[in-house]
Ligand binder design. Structure first.
Ligand code: NAD
Ligand code: TDX
Length: 343
């Protein structure tokens, strides 16, 4: 039986990945390994743990702790790793980069060393398009390819690039069977409400304003989270070791248009809802992914259309108010105050 160690499985994408595999009835055992930082939430997995006690176990632990990783590996009979665990929010990395280097660089190194010692069969690193840096907005023909040099611009993306380079080095030096995906911005259920879409949707539901950075013209390539999870599963099963696969939605949208869409869908008016705030320092202007490699080589392409999936996403936050209200309290409010002041 394949046994997957899924690090960061209590977070946004990791929990969606576990949910997708269990819903599809894939023949794997899943070991959800998560430190439960502020972003990790057992509520993202609790129904699955009840429904699939034979296929899913949860173990609380830190990827930086080699002994804890070794123990879970031996106890659960791990054969493969899907590595999501990370500090993931750019704004928090600007407030303080230490936890990002620790989790994303050191944590990845510790995990690689344990995986190497244990003879891992496959190790997939969930990287990000942000490692490539930024693109000019007036050259729409230019997109990130797997050959684009890594030029990370935020402490978050620099720490993800460190992990990405370490994974590459373990392939070249030790022939570790690694795979890397670099995906664009995700949206969907269980997305922590510090990120643009869930923050704006929940603020609008609370009757609060939404804080738009700078001129709002920054561009992101938005992909529904299940499409990303499906791409990861595809690469894990059919990707070539040592290769990088870009994953994207071919769906470039400015923050202004995202904001207009959310306000319209929620029946609100722009002037009542939007507050322009100081720009994010070092704010990348545009991300756009050329996903032709994964499409041509592995036959993956996105299944969800933004127009419908954004409605499903908004409805999920309407239906799961207790989930996000529990998060938007305590430590979250302190973070919100330090990030946005009184806005
Ligand atoms: P998230 O912040 O929602 O979840 C991260 C999870 O990792 C949390 O459950 C947290 O508790 C856990 N974690 C953090 N440090 C840990 C540690 N030291 N040990 C064990 N667990 C730890 O993040 P997400 O949005 O789900 O992102 C998951 C991965 O996908 C990250 O590696 C991120 O860089 C990458 N990614 C995200 C996006 C996106 O749009 N969200 C896009 C591309 C790539
Ligand atoms: O309050 C806000 N106002 C605003 O205008 C926030 C939180 C964001 N923004 C802008 C900044 C970006 O241009 O919206 C855009 C999206 O911001 P985020 O949701 O913070 O995402 P981003 O910085 O693009 O990074 C995301 O995608 C790549 C994830 O958080 C990363 O983990 C992933 O690697």
């Amino acid at each position: 039986m394949r046994t997957l160690l899924v690090t960061g499985a209590a977070g946004f994408i990791g929990s969606n990945f576990v949910r997708m595999l269990l819903d599809r009835g894939e023949q794997v055992k899943l070991v959800a390994f998560d430190k439960l930082t502020y972003a990790g939430n057992l509520a993202n997995l609790s129904d699955l743990l009840k429904r699939h006690p034979d296929k899913l176990v949860f173990v609380r632990g830190d990827i930086c702790d080699a002994k804890a990783v070794e123990a879970v590996w031996d106890q659960q009979g791990v054969t493969e790793v899907v590595h999501f665990a990370a500090e993931s929010h750019v704004d928090r990395s600007i407030l303080g980069s230490g936890p990002f280097v620790q989790a994303n660089a050191v944590g990845t190194q510790v995990l690689l060393d344990v995986a190497k010692a244990k003879g891992v069969e496959k190790f997939l690193y969930v990287s990000t398009d942000e490692v490539y840096g930024t693109l000019p907005e007036d050259r729409p023909e230019i997109k990130f390819t797997e050959e684009t040099p890594l030029q990370p611009n935020s402490p978050y993306s620099a720490s993800k690039a460190a992990g990405d380079c370490l994974v590459r080095s373990y392939f070249h030096t030790f022939h570790l069977p690694v795979l890397t995906t670099r995906c664009s911005n995700n949206y969907g259920p269980y997305h922590f409400p510090e990120k643009l879409i869930p923050l704006f949707v929940t603020n609008l539901m609370e009757g609060k304003k939404v804080p738009l950075y700078g001129d709002g013209k920054n561009i992101r390539d938005w992909l529904y989270v299940e499409d990303h999870c499906d791409a990861i599963w595809t690469v894990l099963n059919r990707g070539r070791f040592g290769e990088v696969y870009n994953v994207g939605g071919n769906n470039e949208i400015t923050n202004l248009v995202i904001t207009e869409t959310l306000i319209r869908e929620m029946g609100r008016k722009w002037d009542d809802c939007v507050t322009y705030v100081k720009d994010r320092p070092g704010h990348d202007r545009r991300y756009a992914i050329d996903a032709s490699k994964i499409e041509n080589e592995l036959g993956w392409s996105p299944k969800y259309r933004f127009e419908e999936a954004i409605k499903t996403t908004i409805q999920w936050y309407r239906d799961n108010e207790s989930w996000w209200r529990a998060i938007k309290s305590g430590e979250y409010l302190k973070y919100y105050e330090s990030q946005y002041g009184g806005r």
